[in-house]
Design a binder for this molecule. Structure first.
Ligand code: KG4
Ligand code: ZN
Length: 345
């Protein structure tokens, strides 16, 4: 089995998969209620909450599957990008567990894992692939012709798309996380939308994203028309449309420029219904094969870490952490279990 651990932001998640990829255990513990009052993730609060629940979740994973750490062949852990303190809790826990068991520690790139979550197996992808990871921390476009080698084509020059949703929701007095709240509120609107930008958003790299201008335009619009029961849904729908239009503008450009065979879209914001419909219509019109992350795996989760980690492990495509230097244990002791059949990287 491979154990997957994800603690890059405000979700603590643990997964167990067997070496064929079958899912044995997967659980996500959300910290939404802790951060809700602040309207965004508070890094220190997030790290402490991971420490509180991660050990119990890992114990539960073994109990529910009637297995034990001795059945593991490796531990896959998110190595970044993410909040430093949050990442350190997961990495330190994984190191502490891997060292005495002499297990390979597979550091998994969180953004790659979001793309991995869009398909059952990366082997189904033949030909040029463009990946969009769109979440509270990222709005990144990648190109890959030989997974897992990826080239970053562009990113946001300021806020991520999810931040634009979260901040917009805060301005409207809607709950955190803002994306689902804005979507729900927007669905109530029947009025014609209000424009948030008069001209196209320009960035130095034409494929880069920028959401800060939208955010300012939105604040000014809210100040002008005020927030009440009726305008709230109109404002939410207008903001959602503006964010999705900006993303679709970049998708049109990247598809014209790169002429890919496949399009992968993952990350929390990829759960947005308007974005999914727009991408679907766009991909059909361009003859591109679209792979949207399943809704259950759009948000941060350890299953994508375990599955990507398993594939990296099987292909030998990973660098193990030099966890020896962190281990309090001497190389051979009698009271720690040493797995003999796993080659130590
Ligand atoms: O991938 P994720 O769980 O964590 C990060 O890596 O950031 O993404 C969380 C982000 C939040 O900003 C949240 O508001 C946004 O995804 N989000 C959505 C929707 N569901 C979650 N944004 C728009 N529409 C949604 N339905
Ligand atoms: Zn994420």
């Amino acid at each position: 089995m491979i154990l997957g651990i994800e603690t890059s932001c405000d979700d603590t998640s643990v997964a167990l998969v067997d070496m064929t990829g079958a899912i044995l255990f997967h659980q996500i513990h959300s910290q939404e209620n802790l951060h809700g009052t602040y309207g965004g993730v508070v890094p220190e609060v997030a790290s402490r909450a991971h420490v509180d629940v991660l050990p119990a979740m890992v114990r539960l994973a073994f109990r529910e599957t009637s297995s034990s750490p001795s059945a593991l062949q490796g531990i896959a852990v998110t190595r970044g990008p993410g909040l430093l303190g949050s990442l350190l809790t997961g990495i330190s826990f994984a190191k502490g567990m891997a060292a005495p068991l002499r297990l390979p520690l597979i550091g998994v790139d969180h953004v790659q894992a979001h793309l991995r979550a869009c398909v059952d197996s990366m082997e189904t992808l033949r030909g040029k692939t463009i990946g969009l990871v769109i979440s509270g921390g990222h709005t990144h476009l990648f190109r890959t012709e030989r997974w897992p080698d990826m080239e970053l084509l562009s990113q946001t020059v300021d806020d991520a798309a999810g931040e634009a949703f979260d901040k917009g929701a805060k301005i409207l007095g809607l709950s955190y996380p803002g994306g689902p709240s804005i979507q729900k509120e927007a669905e109530k609107n029947a009025l014609p939308l209000l424009p948030l930008t008069k001209k196209r958003i320009r960035t130095e790299n034409p494929l880069d994203f920028s959401f800060s201008g939208l955010k300012t335009a939105f604040s000014l619009l809210v100040r002008k028309i005020g927030v009440d029961e009726q305008t709230r849904s109109l404002l939410a729908a207008s903001l959602q449309q503006a964010i999705v239009s900006h993303v679709m503008d970049r998708m049109e450009q990247v598809v014209s420029q790169e002429v890919p065979t496949h399009l992968l879209v993952g990350g929390g914001v990829s759960a947005n219904a308007l974005l999914r419909r727009s991408l679907d219509a766009f991909a059909k019109s361009r003859g591109v094969s679209l792979h949207l992350s399943p809704l259950s795996l759009a948000r941060d989760n350890a299953l994508m870490i375990a599955q990507h980690g398993r594939e990296l492990f099987l292909s030998g495509h990973y660098t193990s952490y030099p966890y020896e230097s962190f281990s309090p244990y001497p190389r051979e002791t009698t009271d720690v279990r040493v797995k003999k059949n796993v080659s130590h990287p």
